[in-house]
Design a binder for this molecule. Sequence first.
Ligand code: XMP
Length: 311
Amino acid sequence: MVFNTKKFIEREKERLRKKVGKEKAIVATSGGVDSTACAMLAHQVLGNKVKVVFIDDGLMRQDEGKSVKALLKKKGINLLILNKQKQFFSALKGLTDPEEKRKAFRDIFYKVLGKAIKDYKARFLIQGTIAADILETKKKIKTQHNVLSQIKINPARYGLEIIEPLKTIYKPQVRLAAKALGLPSQIYKRMPFPGPGLLCRVVDEVTPVRVKIVREATQIVEKYLKALKPFQAFAVLLNDKATGLSKGKRLFGNIIVIRSVESEDALKAKPTEIPYSVLNKIQKELTKTIPSVVKVLYDLTPKPPSTIEYI
Ligand code: XMP
């Protein structure tokens, strides 16, 4: 069936209008296409009855908050940035198991949001959950942090009621909706970025130092792969170490994986066929600008059997 973007938007706007009524709502955006489309939809329906917040969890890409704020400002949305980096890092301290890390992230995320909701006296939280998130959670591939009802978390425990306007559509339709809502191409063409952010790309413990490494590496990988327009491309920091040479000395240093995949909806994916010369440029810049990195690998695994992220 052909997706009718206009009809979809009208239907969801009407639902949102009815559901929220005279109450107030909050949208937490990460700057990704899903949550920003939600913010735009809510802003157009609810005006100043909705507050758009960006939780700075310390796990975002370089200057994410600032650039999202600037983009949304042009659309008349006043983004409130909540700096909660310390809280997230202390909740993640010592955790190495992927699902424990996700759970800790989810708990602190909802605690912070719950407080923002109380402060703003809002009753509703509008979330950018999409159909693929729900499908994968049901299949028990992983617990997505943003699919509360599917994983039997009672939102009331956090003092919220959740609205998920995009839960019936997949990424390509979300992009169409985001464009139709008037968002710029920097947003609607944007690569998917997971809710728990760089946590998904740091294997083992998530510390400010390790996140800084992966953030710098991500910037480099994105810079060189931008022209290839991959579905998703990023860097991963492994928990293994390897011996290498840094500034002329032996160093038992870090290993970075370059991950880049082509996909329609993230349910299946295959690795991008990156020219060797591009891989080599990435390798050179990674080892030059991040001295603790002594090995750079390219991940050749499709999904399945692999997943796109590492956690
Ligand atoms: P995987 O790694 O499961 O990822 O193949 C499939 C797609 O989902 C994104 N992803 C997430 N998105 N919260 C999100 O909002 C999460 O916890 C999460 N985990 C993975 C991933 O980036 C890819 O696009």
